[in-house]
Design a protein around this ligand. Structure first.
Ligand SMILES: NC(=O)c1ccc[n+]([C@@H]2O[C@H](COP(=O)([O-])OP(=O)(O)OC[C@H]3O[C@@H](n4cnc5c(N)ncnc54)[C@H](OP(=O)(O)O)[C@@H]3O)[C@@H](O)[C@H]2O)c1
Length: 297
């Protein structure tokens, strides 16, 4: 049994809470901005009612053994306000956010040796504040380290069930960059304000492949092992999706929310610069998304 706090009970936070609940042995705290009376998670195996304490005040939070961060990348600073109390006994922090800069993002708030970056793939939507719909198994990847192995134990019972596949990998760099390569062309959909069917045209397909190629080049410079065929494979993957599939950048734009453009296309540009790698397509996507979100007319 471990005391586990999930900070952010949205789509991913809800999915994680249901996995912890299914593991059946943890004391769960859901740290939210607004009070949450209950959390129900619909999964292919049935509805999971999460039995958790709810805490909305970071100063009143109690120390736990693990903190799982499931907020958006741009909410890192407010998320970190939870750490003082939750991590009072030295709890490590697992960050379930997109992108490749988990450590850099949280460096001002938590020491490097207590932070565990996590890559998660999970088809999930938040239907209401107290209801999340998980449509399939979660694939979770962490690095092969003492922290990564300790984290995997949290889900060891749930791992026997079909709702989660947890991989402790010796090549986490590739896992992170592969996911970023998949996410990079999502910006096209968000810019066009159209679901993934928009990538079926030849011209948009070329742009998507170009964005993946830039991302893969930067990832390789960071040590990721990414095949030359990746742009083609990822485009094929997008084109196999139902044409009305909506990625999170598009969903956020449609809902008038901020998007994670900076942690996705912005990161490709930033890290590319460090290695002297040109990333014109991702630069343009990042600049346009930034301009669209900017309050400056
Ligand atoms: N959804 C997916 O399929 C998916 C897949 C892979 C990775 N990811 C990544 O997972 C991360 C979370 O995404 P998501 O889709 O779960 O987002 P989401 O549904 O918007 O959930 C984020 C939650 O964080 C909460 N939050 C923000 N700041 C907070 C704070 N200071 N204290 C407590 N709670 C706070 C929000 O609260 P409010 O309700 O008050 O706004 C919201 O409930 C993102 O980095 C995303 O890229 C998502």
């Amino acid at each position: 049994m471990a005391r586990v706090a999930v900070v952010g009970a949205g789509a991913i936070g809800g999915a994680l809470a249901s996995l912890l609940e299914t593991a059946g042995k943890h004391e769960i705290t859901l740290c939210t901005r607004s009070p949450l009376d209950a959390l129900e998670v619909d999964t292919p195996e049935g509805t999971v009612l999460v039995h958790a304490r709810n805490e909305c005040d970071a100063k009143r939070a109690k120390a736990v053994d693990w903190v799982l961060v499931a907020t958006k990348t741009y909410d890192a600073a407010s998320t970190a306000q939870w750490f003082a109390e939750l991590c009072a006994d030295g709890a490590p922090v697992a960050v379930f956010q997109n992108g490749v800069e988990h450590r850099e993002r949280f460096a001002p708030y938590i020491s490097r040796d207590r932070l565990l970056p996590v890559v998660i793939d999970c088809p999930v939507e938040r239907k209401a504040a107290d209801r999340v719909h998980v449509r399939g198994a979660a694939l979770i990847k962490v690095e092969d380290s003492a922290l990564g192995r300790g984290f995997a134990e949290l889900f060891s019972d749930a791992g026997a069930k079909p709702n989660v596949k947890l991989e402790v990998t010796g090549d986490f760099t590739t896992a992170m960059w592969w996911k970023l390569c998949v996410n990079a062309p999502g910006a096209l959909s968000a810019l066009a304000m159209k679901p993934s069917g928009v990538l079926r045209s030849e011209s948009m397909g070329r742009l998507a492949q170009g964005m993946v190629a830039e991302c893969a080049a930067v990832g390789r410079a960071e040590g990721a092992r990414l095949a030359e065929s990746l742009p083609e494979e990822i485009l094929a993957q997008y084109r196999r999706q139902p044409p009305d599939s909506v990625n999170s950048l598009l969903a956020d734009r449609r809902a008038g929310r901020r998007t994670e453009w900076d942690a996705r296309n912005g990161a490709i540009v930033r890290i590319g610069k460090k290695h002297g790698i040109e990333t014109p397509l991702n630069s343009m996507a990042a600049a346009l998304l930034e301009a669209m979100e900017s309050e400056i007319v």
